[in-house]
Design a protein around this ligand. Structure first.
Ligand code: CA
Ligand code: CA
Ligand code: CA
Ligand code: CA
Length: 243
């Protein structure tokens, strides 16, 4: 009797162990699938956060600026570069002078040289202003829109001690870069570029036609694609000079 009870106990134990193994296997599958869902969700959330931060950064600059540089006035299609003049009130080092006021006379960008960005290059140095596929081409350093003809200088040069200080957004090697002039720059070629977003698969900028209204608007579209396969596109329409 005792031996028989032990035999049953062993059989029950084996069955219980088998059931437990099945339950564990099923549970493992559920957990793996939950984890997978979680990683997809969190990649999407990360991309969304990164896109919003980058676009908020761009919006602050564009809405504070009063001068849309690239895309050029004549441009209608989408380009891959956004350039605006540094907001005229921005004072990053808090010295009481706007960073854009290079000659510290209290007025930003009031005494432009013929090379209005004073960077020794046609248009903005290193940038394909007119979107023809070549950077800094044109008829010389005073060809400020790279269109091959001179005479587009908006203000006759006086001493040229205060140039236009571009803020540029462009993509390189999957990163969205923000280019800012250094503090107290010696020329328009004195700047630094920093990444403001990773996983960038597309960045497009379109100048919105505003007719003969004085407002300037751009549509900025950013597409991020994460290593896990998630992708998303975020768009903002921005108007200059509203901050
Ligand atoms: Ca300036
Ligand atoms: Ca000035
Ligand atoms: Ca230039
Ligand atoms: Ca060009």
């Amino acid at each position: 009797m005792k031996r028989r009870q032990q035999g049953i106990a062993l059989a029950e134990l084996l069955v219980a162990a088998a059931i437990a193994a099945l339950v564990m296997a099923a549970l493992g599958g559920v957990l793996a699938s939950v984890r997978q869902t979680d990683s997809v969700l969190s990649e999407r959330a990360v991309l969304q956060r990164d896109a919003r931060l980058a676009l908020a950064r761009i919006a602050a600059m564009v809405e504070g600026s009063t001068h849309l540089m690239v895309p050029l006035e004549i441009t209608t299609g989408a380009g891959s570069v956004l350039a605006i003049a540094l907001p005229p009130t921005l004072d990053r080092n808090g010295d009481g002078f706007a960073d854009a006021d290079n000659d510290h006379n209290g007025i930003a960008d009031d005494d432009l040289p013929a090379d209005e960005t004073r960077d020794g290059a046609a248009g903005i140095k290193g940038i394909d202003d007119d979107g023809d596929g070549t950077a800094d081409n044109g008829s010389g350093i005073t060809d400020n829109d790279e269109n091959g003809t001179l005479g587009s200088v908006p203000v006759a040069p006086k001493t040229g001690a205060d140039w236009i200080d571009p803020v540029v957004y462009r993509v390189s090697a999957g990163q969205l870069l923000e280019r800012l002039p250094n503090i107290n720059p010696t020329s328009g070629a004195d700047y630094i570029e920093r990444p403001i977003a990773d996983n960038v698969s597309a960045f497009s900028v379109t100048r919105i036609a505003t007719g003969n209204r004085r407002t300037r608007e751009v549509q900025v579209q950013l597409t991020l694609s994460g290593p896990g396969g998630e992708t998303g596109t975020w768009t903002r329409r921005l108007r200059l000079g509203v901050r």
